[in-house]
Write a new protein. Structure first.
Length: 159
C-alpha cells in the first residue's frame, strides 16, 4: 500500500514540475502583464495542425505546444492553453495581448507555399511565436475582415 501511495505522490509531483517548467518558457512572462479573465472572443480557434513554440526574447526558455487556442477581438490577440497536459495550478492562464503590444512579420517558407507569420509579443518584446498563414487566414475569415492588417499594418517582410 505504501508503494502505491508513493507512486501517486511522485506522479503528482512530476506533473506539477513539468507544468511549472513549461510555463517558464515565456508564458509566465506574458501572464504577468496580459493575464485575462475575459471569456473567449467570438473569433476563436484551436490550432491542431501546427507546433507552437514560444521563445523568450531576452532570456533562455522555450515553451512548446501541440495545440493552442488563438482568438482575435477589437481589443487584441487572445491566447489560451489547450494542450494535453493538465493545466495544474493554472500555470497557463488565458492571455489578451493588446494590438499595440504586437508586431509581426511574414516569413516565406520552402516547406509551405503559403509561409507563416512570426508574432513578437510585449513592449518591450517578451516572446515570439509563429502561426502558419492558413491559421491567420481562417481567423480573419471568421472575424469578417483583415484584422491583423487593420490593427497591425502590413507585416514586415523576411526578404
Amino acid at each position: 500500500m505504501f508503494e502505491f501511495i508513493r507512486f501517486i505522490f511522485i506522479a503528482i509531483t512530476g506533473l506539477l514540475s513539468i507544468s511549472w517548467l513549461i510555463s517558464r518558457g515565456g508564458w509566465n512572462d506574458l501572464a504577468e502583464k496580459y493575464k485575462t479573465d475575459n471569456g473567449l472572443p467570438n473569433t476563436f480557434l484551436t490550432t491542431k495542425d501546427q507546433h507552437i513554440t514560444f521563445k523568450r526574447e531576452n532570456k533562455s526558455g522555450v515553451s512548446s505546444f501541440d495545440s493552442l487556442g488563438v482568438g482575435v477581438s477589437d481589443q487584441g490577440l487572445y491566447l489560451s492553453y489547450t494542450g494535453t497536459l493538465p493545466n495544474l495550478l493554472n500555470s497557463f492562464p488565458a492571455l489578451l495581448i493588446p494590438w499595440s503590444d504586437i508586431a509581426y512579420r511574414k516569413i516565406a517558407s520552402a516547406s509551405s507555399s503559403r509561409g507563416y507569420y512570426t508574432f513578437y509579443l510585449g513592449k518591450p518584446r517578451i516572446v515570439r511565436f509563429s502561426l502558419n498563414a492558413d491559421t491567420v487566414d481562417k481567423l480573419e475569415q471568421d472575424y469578417g475582415e483583415s484584422i491583423f492588417r487593420n490593427k497591425l499594418g502590413e507585416p514586415e517582410s523576411s526578404d
